[in-house]
Design a protein around this ligand. Structure first.
Ligand code: G3I
Length: 304
């Protein structure tokens, strides 16, 4: 293939990007989006604060714009994210216990119902495990409603949209460590007990302090062996030139080596679109030119 999406499709996979809906009026941005990518994730527009600014009053305007753009251009949509401790609307801060649990489930049900049939994979729960060596759940208002909040969210999502793949998504779980071991144990438990889960997302935000782990492929493979798809969901890699290009190729090769790694999403198009305040972690420079990292990514997708 000659584009990321077409080359990934030849390998039975998608290649996606996070999209900021307000950039759909930027012709350079949209030109690259439509040429290169066959999957999109809303960078912010399907999050709780965006979709339920007031309790039980839903706003799907920007999320719907992205879905329409995707459908018109033959792109899959990854839904992001139904339940997360960040980017909650202000009104959740006055809730706890059963009231917060019910508000979360109502949110999951309404948003997943609104987008039913249009979402390939949903990040049902995002970033629910603590960093470091504890292997514990992250403390949050949602966690304080009870340890079963994650499975409750997955069950509500399945009931609302039986056709979407339901994913657990996190960062610093890309290699084998205490945090990924804890997620692994949760997925294993969910599969054993019939809690609906179909996929695990590995965000893959890499930089000098957090490089591509040496056991990245092995970690993807052990999750896949549990009977879930694995997806690289928010890829960006700090750096430049050959080193950065090689790191992107390593990630692509790891995904291609794992049969159930069915898609890769980068977290933005141009370096200037990145959530990182500074740096050059993406595949296109700020003018929209292809970087060495783009070429190595495309070549890796086309190899073999
Ligand atoms: O839209 C408002 C704008 O009106 C306001 O003037 C401005 C002033 O701060 O803020 C704008 O909202 C910002 C929003 O991005 C849109 O640009 C928020 O402040 C800012 O917090 C928000 O950041 C997002 C971040 O998640 C929030 O946690 C990033 O765009 C987004 O890339 C980032 O994405 C996360 C994933 O969802 C989960 N994994 C990690 C990843 C990177 O942090």
């Amino acid at each position: 293939g000659t584009t990321l999406g077409a080359s990934a499709a030849e390998k039975g996979r998608y290649f996606g990007t996070a999209v900021a809906v307000n950039k759909l009026s930027d012709s350079v941005y949209v030109g690259i989006l439509n040429r290169e990518f066959n999957s999109v994730t809303a960078e912010n527009e399907m999050k709780w604060d965006a979709t339920e600014p007031n309790q039980n009053s839903f706003n799907y305007t920007n999320g719907d714009r992205l879905v329409s753009h995707a459908q018109a251009n033959g792109m899959k949509v990854r839904g992001h994210a139904l339940a997360w401790h960040q980017q909650q609307p202000g009104w959740t801060s006055s809730l706890s216990g059963t009231a917060l649990r019910n508000a979360m489930l109502n949110h999951v049900t309404n948003v997943a119902t609104h987008y039913r049939g249009k979402i390939d994979s949903w990040d049902v729960v995002n970033e629910a495990f603590a960093d470091g060596n504890s292997g514990a759940r992250r403390d949050s208002n949602l966690q304080r409603t009870g340890n079963d909040w994650i499975e409750a969210a997955f069950r509500a999502a399945r009931a609302a949209d039986p056709g979407a793949k339901l994913c657990y998504n996190d960062y610093n779980t890309d290699g084998q460590n205490a945090k990924s071991n804890a997620v692994y144990a949760m997925v294993q438990d969910f599969k054993a007990r019939g809690v609906p889960i179909d996929c695990v997302g590995f965000q893959s935000h890499f930089n000098a302090q957090s490089p591509v782990p040496g056991d990245y492929r092995a970690n993807l493979a052990r999750f896949a062996a549990l009977g879930v798809d694995v997806q690289i969901t928010e890829l960006d890699i700090e750096g430049s030139g050959t080193a950065q290009a090689n790191n992107f190729a390593t990630v692509v090769n790891a995904c291609l080596a794992v049969a159930r790694c069915n898609g890769i999403t980068v977290w933005g198009i141009r370096d200037s679109d990145s959530w990182r305040a500074s740096g050059t972690p993406l595949l296109f420079d700020s003018s929209g030119n292809k970087k060495a990292a783009y070429t190595s990514t495309l070549n890796a997708l086309n190899a073999g």
